[in-house]
Design a binder for this molecule. Structure first.
Ligand code: SAH
Ligand code: SF4
Ligand code: F3S
Length: 524
């Protein structure tokens, strides 16, 4: 046995011991429970606790790709004259999973509704990224209880990233026994069978896989709208940034085959979609797990030849952003020049303990390379403040980096410890008032930079993909430019779904006001 094998064997031994002690803990917890009914539910269900340690394991086993999914015969009509509602929390990955679940439910005969009171099936597609994301979901679970009491036939399911956490599953089992089913991110294709089980048994149905499943290619989808579409290019994440729960809730990196992605994008183009966003937690790692030499640059090079006006991708990880991709992006065309490139911190020391695997300097070098070939590219980012041990000086480095790169917007977050991640074992030692003060200062700078970027557009003409009526005024239409700037302007509704030239008359902090231009005008 060599050193590596010995280490692996030890890990497996430790893991088995953990599982045993987890099971004992669960049994003890159950013995202490007061509600007999709940214990009944617990044992009747096919409950296998999710396990974050197990989710961390990255085994060599190849992921199989399946093309033969179908809804079980007996479930095809089950939703006739019934309605469903899915509430989605979190990122675009979850939004897209919701489109798949909506597709499955529609194929079972269900119709969509926006009203919980008339829904026969309510699913909460949850996010675990920060504590406040989880709190929102528990708040919604509380709101659903009276509805369930009024209508006991209503099926309530919790799915998405929170379901992958044992603590969440246990809390639902103990405190919210009226929930009918819990399933995770790796088995959404099992929804028809789980729904059937939930309908016909009194038990809470819990099916969460701690290890990722295979790739199921032909799942039905009901996309939100017919203008912009999301396309998964890969699943999972292997980066294990020390603060992040995603590698545990989404499993190991698994790339779809290029031909399957290209076929999906071609199909969307043929259906008249104007924009696709290629999705993954770390899209720059696309292809690393394929058996042939192929990466995101190669994929983008194929996709730019498809007749679809706009192609985006998210989210990029700076570490894997390679020269081949930059070379392809430089060719422009339908590849938009907006790159979302999360930096997280401007301090190399903080980046090191976050395990981001790049430094301030190498990030700046990447920005330089991108700007060299795409001088007008818009860069946006994600930033975490108040990571354990972050000093005032280190936070100042984030402020200076923000200016140096000239980010045009940023999603900013207060660090939130996530159980099971390495950072959660370190003392969360930055006081909340300091975290809030840092966030406020950072947001002020983000707003200033966003406003400055917007002001540059005054008097110019931009191409806007019109998405619909503005939220504030139905007389006004709104849409986005290639560089993702929100534009509001007056025009007939017949322009929805089209790309039109708009002259910018006024810049605000987060949006632009403009006027529709005659088609003959030159577009900048
Ligand atoms: N895969 C993407 C990000 C996914 S999560 C990437 O690597 O960029 C979206 C953002 O949430 C992250 O970029 C990070 O800024 C933030 N985030 C993740 N975990 C967090 C935590 N524990 N506390 C606060 N913010 C967090
Ligand atoms: Fe989380 Fe890092 Fe993976 Fe992004 S790259 S999902 S921040 S672990
Ligand atoms: Fe949240 Fe899961 Fe996305 S934790 S951010 S929904 S991958």
């Amino acid at each position: 046995m060599n050193e590596k094998q010995r280490k692996e064997a030890n890990e497996i031994k430790e893991y088995s011991a953990d599982v045993k002690s987890e099971s004992n803990n669960n049994l003890n917890r159950l013995k202490n429970m007061e509600s007999d009914e709940l214990i009944g539910k617990y044992f009747q269900s096919t409950y296998q606790p999710p396990n974050l340690k197990k989710a961390k394991k990255r085994l060599k086993k190849d992921v199989d790709i399946h093309y033969d999914f179908s809804i079980p015969e007996e479930m095809k009509e089950i939703g006739k004259d019934k309605k469903f509602l899915i509430r989605t929390y979190g990122c675009q990955m979850n939004e897209h999973d919701t489109e798949v679940m909506a597709g499955l439910l529609t194929d079972m005969g269900y119709q969509i509704t926006e009203d919980t009171k008339e829904a026969d099936v309510v699913l909460l597609n949850t996010c675990a990224i920060r504590e406040n994301a989880e709190n929102k979901v528990f708040g919604e679970i509380g709101h659903l209880k009276p509805l369930k009491l009024e209508n006991p036939d209503m099926i309530i399911g919790v799915c998405g990233c929170m379901s992958q956490e044992e603590s969440v599953v246990n809390r639902i089992l103990q405190k919210h026994p009226f929930i009918d089913m819990i399933f995770g991110t790796h088995n959404i294709h099992r929804l028809p069978s789980l729904l059937k089980e939930a309908m016909f048994s009194k038990a809470m149905v819990v099916e969460v896989w701690s290890k990722e499943g295979d790739i199921i290619e032909n799942l039905p989808k009901v996309r939100k709208g017919n203008i912009k579409a999301w396309v998964n290019i890969m699943y999972g994440c292997d980066k294990f940034c020390t603060y992040c729960i995603v590698p545990y809730t989404r499993g190991k990196e698994r790339s779809r085959l290029p031909e399957d992605i290209i076929q999906e994008v071609r199909h969307l183009a043929a259906q008249g979609y104007q924009e696709v966003t290629l999705l993954g937690q770390n899209v720059n790692a696309y292809g690393k797990d394929l058996e042939f030499d192929y990466g995101l640059g190669d994929l983008m090079d194929e996709i730019r030849k498809i007749d679809i006006p706009r192609v985006r991708f998210t989210t990029s990880h700076p570490r894997d952003f390679d020269d081949r991709l930059i070379e392809v992006l430089a060719q422009g065309g339908n590849l938009v020049d907006h790159i979302h490139l999360p930096v997280q911190s401007g301090s190399s020391e903080v980046l090191r303990i976050m395990a981001r695997r790049y430094t301030r300097e190498s990030y700046l070098e990447l920005v330089r390379k991108i700007r060299e070939v795409m001088p007008n590219a818009t860069l946006t980012t994600d930033i975490i403040v108040g990571f354990p041990n972050e000093t005032d000086e280190q936070f100042e480095e984030t402020m200076t980096l923000m200016r140096e790169v000239g980010f045009e917007s940023a999603y900013t977050f207060i660090y939130s410890p996530r159980e099971g991640t390495p950072a959660a074992r370190w003392e969360d030692n930055i006081p909340m008032e300091v975290k809030k003060e840092r966030l406020q200062r950072l947001n002020k700078l983000v707003n200033e930079q966003s406003k400055q970027a917007m002001e540059k557009y005054e008097g110019t003409i931009v191409n806007v993909l019109v998405e619909g009526e503005s939220k504030k005024d139905p007389e006004v239409l709104s849409g986005y430019t290639e560089r993702n700037k929100l534009v509001n302007f007056r025009a007939p509704k017949s322009f929805i779904g089209k790309i039109v030239p708009v002259k910018i008359t006024n810049a605000k902090t987060w949006s632009l006001d403009g006027e529709l231009v005659e088609e003959t005008s030159e577009v900048l």
